[in-house]
Ligand binder design. Structure first.
Ligand SMILES: *[C@@H]1O[C@H](CO)[C@@H](O)[C@H](O)[C@H]1NC(C)=O
Ligand SMILES: *[C@@H]1O[C@H](CO)[C@@H](O)[C@H](O)[C@H]1NC(C)=O
Ligand SMILES: *[C@@H]1O[C@H](CO)[C@@H](O)[C@H](O)[C@H]1NC(C)=O
Ligand SMILES: *[C@@H]1O[C@H](CO)[C@@H](O)[C@H](O)[C@H]1NC(C)=O
Ligand SMILES: *[C@@H]1O[C@H](CO)[C@@H](O)[C@H](O)[C@H]1NC(C)=O
Length: 368
């Protein structure tokens, strides 16, 4: 009798403990890099003709490289697949590279030159070149963890003002930072999330999704980069269907859209002389609405696309045409700065939603 009573009390206590203990363990296996949304000047990726005063912005983060943990600022690019950055003596766009963008291999005892020359081409038509030698070194995370012998190109010449951190889909842990951090056991799922706040600062997350940072539910697509968007609506209500998929490319400072769409957008902002007019484009808080399907609509102010040159004599636009009607469109920062973008490389699912501006944070592991 007594022993039975004891047993049932014990069972009761165990049940109470089980109920009050959270079932879900808090997710802490992620890596977070702060994004610096720096201004991009004339030498913008894929924007050779953009003037110096253009306020095109880009997503940059700092990587810690080598035995002495040198901080090197690189541009996050969802549209390419490898990492490169300039060496100390490299030429950036023909001149000296800016402080904080270069790596000095002589100061790292773990640097290894693989002595394989590599030239990469970027931009539509591959007109833009960077060159250097394949190399490896150790990379450090903020908590001191080390990613050993990760491969990159140490550049001697680049068209761009800094290195390019290609995070496009790749399962090769030798060259994909995302695959490498998974292989090292620092994250559970090889995938990333990227978003910026209203102050244009944001976070690049490896191995996690911050559920507080977007509105509503994520729209999920079975794709690594390009999504079947529905349409773009201009400020005067013209609905222009997308004839082809949209590649979401953080390395593009502008929007590369179908010629039929670009012609109509420009038509609506021309003055009586036929010139694109910032007086028209920037008046009255105009915005585009991107309908990405699955109920996802993202507003992009005209002021993220149209801007005056320095003398206020000409109106510039961060919009270009694809090579031909029906070619893949490539949408960059003007859309992505308003978008929460996440991609799980293990399931091949990509998620988007309008970004939510908040200081709250709720980082979870990939569930899709
Ligand atoms: C890497 O090796 C190549 C070929 O041997 C050489 O030309 C280059 O200067 C080396 N780079 C560095 C940083 O040592
Ligand atoms: C970069 O290195 C390659 C191979 O050594 C060389 O042909 C090229 O001239 C170099 N570029 C610059 C700007 O030094
Ligand atoms: C990765 O690097 C290792 C060591 O250098 C090499 O054995 C392996 O073949 C490489 N893997 C790929 C996919 O290139
Ligand atoms: C929008 O502008 C274009 C070009 O000026 C014009 O053809 C079209 O009718 C306008 N649409 C509306 C709804 O005002
Ligand atoms: C401009 O338009 C956006 C949405 O289209 C809206 O959220 C914002 O409040 C408007 N701003 C002003 C100053 O009217």
């Amino acid at each position: 009798m007594l022993s039975l009573l004891k047993t049932s009390v014990l069972v009761f206590l165990l049940a109470a403990v089980a109920n009050s203990t959270p079932i879900e363990k808090k997710h802490d296996k992620y890596i977070a890099y702060p994004i610096e949304h720096s201004e991009f000047s004339s030498i913008g990726k894929r924007y050779e003709s953009e003037s110096f005063d253009g306020t095109g912005a880009n997503y940059n983060i700092k990587l810690k490289i080598g035995s002495n943990k040198q901080e090197v600022s690189v541009l996050i690019d969802t549209g390419s697949w490898s990492l490169n950055f300039p060496g100390v003596d490299a030429k950036c766009h023909g001149g000296k590279c800016a402080a904080g963008t270069t790596f000095d291999p002589s100061e790292s005892t773990t640097f290894r030159n693989l002595s394989i020359f590599s030239r990469s081409l970027y931009g539509g038509g591959g007109a833009v070149q960077v060159s250097g030698f394949k190399s490896t070194d150790d990379f450090y995370l903020d908590d001191g963890k080390k990613l050993p012998d990760f491969e990159f190109n140490l550049l001697n010449a680049t068209y761009y003002p800094r290195g390019i951190f290609g995070i496009g889909y790749s399962t090769d842990a030798n060259v994909s930072y995302i695959a490498a951090t998974k292989k090292a056991g620092y994250i559970n799922n090889a995938g990333f999330s990227i978003y910026t706040g209203s102050d244009l600062k944001g976070t690049f997350l490896l191995g996690g999704v911050d559920k507080a940072k977007y509105e509503g539910e994520l729209a999920l697509y079975d794709t690594h980069l390009a999504i079947p968007g529905k349409s773009i609506t201009t400020s005067n209500g013209t609905v222009l269907p997308f004839p082809s998929v949209l590649a979401l490319d953080t390395g593009n400072v502008g929007l590369t859209l179908d010629p039929t769409i670009v012609d109509q957008i420009f038509k609506e902002v021309r003055d009586e002389k036929g010139k694109v007019s910032c007086d028209i484009a920037l008046a009255g808080n105009k915005s585009f609405t991107f309908d990405l399907g699955q109920g996802i609509k993202i507003n992009v102010p005209y002021s993220d696309v149209f801007y005056w040159n320095s003398g206020k004599t000409a109106c510039n636009a961060r919009i270009t045409k694809t090579g031909h009607h029906g070619a893949t469109q490539n949408v960059g920062v003007p859309l992505l700065k308003h978008t929460f973008l996440t991609n799980n490389y293990e399931t091949g699912k990509l998620g988007v939603a309008p970004v939510r501006y908040t200081d709250e944070s709720d980082i979870v592991d990939f569930w899709f």
